[in-house]
Design a protein around this ligand. Structure first.
Ligand code: GLN
Length: 549
């Protein structure tokens, strides 16, 4: 029977619960167990799809087209287990489903209450689809003490009792801050946070204590005593310079051994973590460095591009080089400003996915610069669409080429426009839901895994080494295939198509050392041990470029 690990967080938000859960998953996997990770988010949005990435970080899209929390990206990268719609839920979705049932009369006139109706729905979500899973790791979003978290904590409290000690373990992630004034590590916030948990009936079994320096034995003892856990269950979670070192760190601190003991299991032989050690070593001590400019909109916050940053790191791992990212606001390339200086020392330009009109002209301008200067260019989703507009305008004679995203008042030739739903359906996968025209912005995109057929002899086919690939999508608009000839006569080959031949998936500039645009998001499928071929190849091209200059 599946064993459940519930992971809560206390003291402050942003302690890295997602990473902690993912790393623990990887550690259990290294011991030969089958794991699955789930995230329960207490906020009221139905899903993170409409949330501002600046506030909430990137929206991670799964194969089955769910728009989920960025932590699911950590889960996939650390465990390689593809996440799905059933692995992330929000309070909003739970309430929506319950209220829909209420309207249908399913509750036969009963009063609908948080306990038991909401808590039952949460428990159902946690327990469902767990066949073949040895350990289900459930991360509860938010911080203990938040009003919104209460139904979730109550649900896992009930589950703890129903499943029994040998099948449910509670891990609480806290912060042990260092006060520079007194030069001390403080344990009080952890004590308070555990008290808060206890007041709702949850006694944590293990405390994972985030800290920026070693927690002395006396402090650990104190935490153990006040929080009523064994001393060796106070696990220090030191800050690390490379996230992929977290599984190694946890093992060194004995987390896996203590966790298995909580379940009444024998830890047995130590797990083989050599591949984690190896990847950390490669990231820590690269043999060279390349500089990549990421030109986009949310340049202030790397979480908005989490998977992208990781995929570039993985691309670096493939070549044993470190990748230095230069975040440049696309608006810098607008107008007549002399922007040559911004690209000084840059070996490759990446225009990532994005939404909204701001910075679009700058993205078109920077793709033009990359094209003209023979600098490696990687356009992802919006980055591909903007490259197409540059080529159409400046080489194809369609000087007024625009995208639907330019807004209503703009006149011009629509090269990037609404997806024809019938064509999308003929494509077989990746559904289109909702209705843009109705103003309902939730669920109006081509989402999830779709197949692309790559053209024989193309650069992209050589990079992948196959002609059929499956990649994840998240976009409202498509490059209009009617402009194929205009683009191809301008040197931009459409080298990847939807299986029915109607939707351009990949474009490439044949006369350029490395110039590729993809309508999908390859960064979502890159892993530390399996760098995505496009990212590996792009970093390789940047490395070549660095040798030229
Ligand atoms: N905004 C564009 C569209 O919706 C691109 C989306 C993206 O880059 N993810 O089509």
């Amino acid at each position: 029977m599946t064993r459940y690990v519930f992971i809560t967080g206390g003291v402050v938000s942003s302690l890295g619960k997602g990473l902690a859960s993912a790393a623990l998953g990887a550690l259990l996997q290294a011991r030969g167990h089958r794991v699955r990770l789930r995230k329960l988010d207490p906020y009221l949005n139905i899903d993170p799809g409409t949330m501002n990435p600046l506030q909430h970080g990137e929206v991670f899209v799964t194969d089955d087209g769910a728009e989920t929390d960025l932590d699911l990206g950590h889960y996939e990268r650390f465990t390689g287990v593809p996440a799905g719609r059933g692995d992330n839920i929000t309070a909003g979705r739970i309430y929506r489903d319950i209220l829909a049932r209420e309207r249908r009369g399913d509750y036969l006139g009963r009063t609908i209450q948080v306990i038991p109706h909401v808590t039952d729905a949460i428990k159902e979500f946690i327990l469902e689809d767990s066949d073949g899973v040895d350990f289900m790791l459930c991360e509860i979003g938010g911080t203990v003490g938040d009003i919104e978290s209460l139904p979730f904590l109550e649900a896992i409290r009930q589950l703890g009792r129903e499943l029994g000690d040998e099948h449910a373990v509670f891990i609480h992630l806290t912060l042990v801050p260092h006060l520079s004034g007194s030069g001390e590590l403080k344990t009080k916030p952890t004590q308070h946070s555990v008290k808060e948990l206890l007041s709702i009936g949850i006694q944590p079994d293990i405390l994972l204590c985030r800290c920026d320096r070693v927690i002395p034995v006396d402090e650990r003892r104190k935490i153990a005593l006040f929080c009523n856990v064994p001393e060796d269950a106070v696990i220090q979670a030191l800050d690390v310079d490379v996230i992929y070192d977290v599984p190694n760190e946890y093992h060194r601190e004995g987390l896996d051994r203590v966790l298995l003991r909580c379940f009444g299991m024998d830890a047995g032989a130590a797990p083989d973590l050599s591949r984690w050690e190896d990847v950390v070593e490669r990231i820590r001590a690269p043999e060279g460095r390349v500089s990549i400019a990421v030109v986009g909109k949310y340049m202030g916050m790397q979480d908005a591009y989490k998977s992208l940053v990781e995929a570039l790191t993985h691309g670096g791992v493939a070549h044993n080089v470190g990748v230095d990212l230069h975040w440049i606001d696309a608006e810098l390339f607008e107008g007549n400003a002399d922007n040559a200086a911004a690209l000084e020392g840059i070996h490759g330009i990446l225009v990532p996915g994005g939404f909204g009109r701001r910075g679009m002209e700058g993205k078109i301008a920077v793709s033009k610069l990359a094209r003209e200067r023979a600098l490696p260019y990687f356009g992802i989703c919006l980055g591909m669409q903007m490259a197409v507009l540059d080529v159409a305008r400046n080489l194809g004679g369609v000087s007024d080429a625009i995208s639907s995203e330019f807004g209503e008042g703009v006149r011009g030739k629509l090269l990037v426009g609404p997806l024809n739903r019938l064509r999308a359906n003929a494509n077989g996968m990746g559904g289109v839901e909702g209705d843009i025209e109705s103003g309902d912005l939730g669920g109006t995109m081509r989402l999830g895994s779709c197949e692309a057929v790559l053209s024989e002899g193309s650069h992209v086919a050589r990079i992948y080494g196959v002609l059929h690939v499956k990649e994840r999508h998240r976009h409202r608009w498509e490059v209009d295939a009617h402009y194929k000839d205009v683009l191809e006569q301008s040197g931009l080959r459409i080298s990847g198509w939807s299986p029915d031949g109607s939707l351009p998936e990949v474009v490439e500039m044949e006369s350029h050392p490395w110039y590729i645009g993809v309508q999908y998001h390859p960064e979502l499928k890159s892993r530390p041990f399996e760098p995505h071929p496009l990212f590996a190849s792009f970093v390789g091209a940047a490395l070549e470029q660095s040798r030229l200059v």
